[in-house]
Unconditional design. Structure first.
Length: 423
């Protein structure tokens, strides 16, 4: 499962990079299209102005280069030098006609600046096919002082007009973006479903293995006990009876794990709070794990700062939490030495379980409380189990409005600290 998951993660990473590159290229392309449309707009306006000078005698020397008599203050404003007072009705008609002939359809405002009076003699709104009608919010025409009279042409909506010309490119880019986003969600959904399928297969395999072996041992032991002469061999009878008892206990523990699965399926755990003494409950949890502790030659030290600590919580759930933490501390160490501390901080109960096990690397600490998550070494899991214990512990503590903290150093051990309200 590890290899396949890594492959999927690599595919998602590569897909994300490719999508990002495509979006970046699309944005650069849109920027270039905008600049092209902007340049084309300026060229068309220049052609319209050149044609206007050709239609009307606006300057004394008609041989003057248009570039000498036209000043482009900014992309929105053009100044046209004039040496006479033009016929206004003819001027506005010709200006509108020339702009239209050269495909400039953005509305504009025009005015004639009188050098003698240092003001606009007359102003006019030129209504074109793609017009944005005048409103009170439109900026005033800039009054630019020159030593000559001029016609000013101001395009207040040039930017909107250019963007409108780019609607096809914008729409196609938006459609491509939607396709890429849909593709991203599809890949993510596929990865999630693949992960769930692999997790389910892994769980079934573990589940089968955990139940198959003890059932096979029980079957063999029961066949031996059914032999007629078994009564004549009390040592052998006790041995096989002990094997059945041990394997039955193991199966009970696995059934308890399955119950935890049912618990963690719920959005919230129903709590049955009662008053009880925590230190005593911890001793009971240690006693339940005594066979495992003896098998692993584990040493368990308790340090109860206060001899009796009363809390109001769900006793059965907390008992399972303590069992899970202590059992993990035993399983993940070669020669387990476990220290359990209890204390009170303000209105909270604090319980810490410290071990000298393999520790938890930084990359696993955020995921260690996830359901079904199990630490692996290469392609093998570090220990048997379903990856449910710590997820169950966290859910119980969260339901009690508490929190669980983890401190760990690989190769030296881990400390799990439970902090829960005492009431």
């Amino acid at each position: 499962m590890v290899i396949r998951s890594r492959t999927l993660r690599l595919v998602i990473l590569i897909s994300t990079v490719l999508v990002t590159i495509i979006i970046a290229i699309q944005l650069i392309w849109l920027q270039k299209v905008y600049r092209y449309e902007e340049k084309q707009f300026n060229i068309n306006v220049s052609k319209s102005i050149r044609a206007l000078y050709a239609d009307m005698e606006l300057v004394n020397d008609v041989k003057d280069n248009v570039q000498k008599v036209v000043e482009n203050i900014n992309p929105d404003v053009y100044l046209l030098k004039i040496d006479c007072n033009p016929d206004l009705s003819k001027l506005w008609v010709n200006l509108k006609a020339e702009l239209t002939d050269f495909d400039v359809y953005s509305d504009c405002r025009a005015a004639i600046y009188s050098h003698d009076h240092d003001s606009f003699a007359v102003q006019k709104y030129i209504d074109l096919p793609d017009s944005y009608h005048e409103t009170s919010k439109e900026p005033d025409l800039p009054l630019l002082k020159r030593d000559y009279s001029y016609i000013i042409i101001f395009f207040p909506h040039r930017g909107q007009y250019i963007i409108k010309q780019m609607l096809f490119w914008i729409a196609s880019s938006g459609l491509l973006l939607l396709v890429l986003v849909g593709f991203g969600f599809s890949v993510f959904y596929f990865y999630r479903q693949k992960f769930y399928n692999e997790t389910q297969k892994d769980f079934v395999n573990n589940f089968t293995h955990e139940f198959k072996t003890p059932l096979a041992v029980i079957k063999i032991a029961s066949d031996v006990l059914q032999q007629q002469n078994i009564v004549e061999k009390p040592d052998r009878l006790a041995n096989y009876a002990g094997i059945i008892s041990e394997q039955t206990s193991h199966l009970q523990a696995q059934v308890q794990r399955l119950l935890e699965i049912a618990y963690t399926d719920r959005s919230s755990l129903p709590l049955e709070k009662e008053n009880f003494e925590v230190n005593l409950l911890i001793r009971e949890a240690i006693n339940d794990l005594q066979p495992l502790a003896e098998q692993k030659h584990a040493t368990i030290h308790t340090n109860f700062a206060i001899p009796e600590i009363m809390v109001k919580a769900d006793k059965s759930y907390l008992r399972l939490c303590f069992i899970n933490l202590i059992e993990n501390a035993i399983k993940y160490a070669t020669n387990p030495v476990i220290r359990i501390n209890t204390s009170i901080q303000g209105a909270d109960l604090v319980v810490s379980v410290t071990d000298n096990g393999i520790g938890i690397e930084e990359e696993h600490r955020k995921k260690i409380f996830d359901r079904f998550y199990r630490i692996t070494r290469g392609e093998l899991h570090v220990a048997k189990g379903f990856g449910l214990g710590l997820n169950f512990v966290k859910k119980v503590i969260d339901t009690h409005n508490g929190k669980i903290e983890l401190e760990s150093e690989p190769g030296k051990g881990s400390t799990f600290t439970l902090i829960i309200p005492r009431t």
